[in-house]
Design a protein around this ligand. Structure first.
Ligand code: URA
Length: 240
């Protein structure tokens, strides 16, 4: 149960002040009855709230899929750089949005932006085995022994231990395209993994989180809300 004005303001379209004003004007009804008290407690899963007679779909949290372009940083705010949260359009924007997991400035692809800290923690914890899938273009061909090394888990020069990953060559050439799935999110992890095999990542793109693929219709810089069914796909692969 949460205050009516707080819940309405958390939906993003109006500030707390604007919400209080429209409540005072008698434009909000709770289960069919006009309410003029902003502090009344409501249950967003059970109560029906209308604004000028139109039902407001109350959502506790929002989950957004962004196709991150190069040059944008995975942060909520920054003095110098454009951030992934700056790319969220006004109709999806809410206070408290942050990227659940970071991509490097030059990495492109799927970034999940949310205001749900608990969910973010769950999908980022290596214990939960949510795989993140990347497509990397490498500077050099990838030998079989290198694939085995990456699949078995490696210890980097600075003693960082990395769990086993899954590696698959998508396009075999001088500069091959490979798909790699990892369940951790350590700093520059994919780049450091390939560096440990004497290779170099030229471009990196995240195509999937868990079992949810980045929507191909999103151009770089575009985002859209994730549906509840899609959200479940992210955690479908837990513990496999
Ligand atoms: N691994 C990296 O090296 N960079 C990323 O942006 C994501 C995973």
């Amino acid at each position: 149960m949460e205050r009516l004005d707080k819940i309405l303001a958390s939906q993003g379209a109006m500030s707390r002040k604007e919400v209080k004003e429209i409540i005072k004007q008698g434009r909000i009804a709770l289960n069919g009855m006009v309410v003029k008290d902003s502090s009344v407690k409501i249950d967003e899963n059970k109560d029906t709230v209308t604004f000028d007679g139109e039902v407001i779909q109350l959502k506790k949290h929002i989950y957004i899929m962004l196709n991150k372009p190069q040059g944008v940083i995975s942060a909520s705010d920054s003095d110098n750089d454009e951030t992934v949260v700056d790319l969220v359009p006004a109709e999806l924007y809410r206070k408290g949005l942050f990227p659940a997991g970071r991509l490097d400035k030059d990495t492109t692809g799927f970034v999940l932006i949310t205001d749900d800290g608990e969910f973010a923690h769950r999908i980022l914890s290596p214990r939960n085995h949510i795989f993140k899938t990347y497509i990397a273009q490498l500077e050099h061909p990838l030998a079989k022994e290198h694939i085995e090394k990456l699949e078995n888990g490696i210890v980097l020069g600075d003693r960082t231990e990395l769990k086993g990953s899954r590696v698959e060559v998508v396009e075999d050439s001088d500069k091959p395209l490979v798909r790699i799935m990892i369940c951790e999110g350590k700093y520059h992890q994919v780049k450091r993994m390939f560096a440990a095999t004497g290779n170099k990542v030229l471009t990196l793109h995240r195509e999937k989180m868990g079992n949810l693929h980045l929507d191909d219709s999103l151009k770089p810089g575009e985002c859209r809300e994730i549906t509840p069914d899609e959200l479940e796909k992210i955690t479908e692969h837990e513990n496999y």
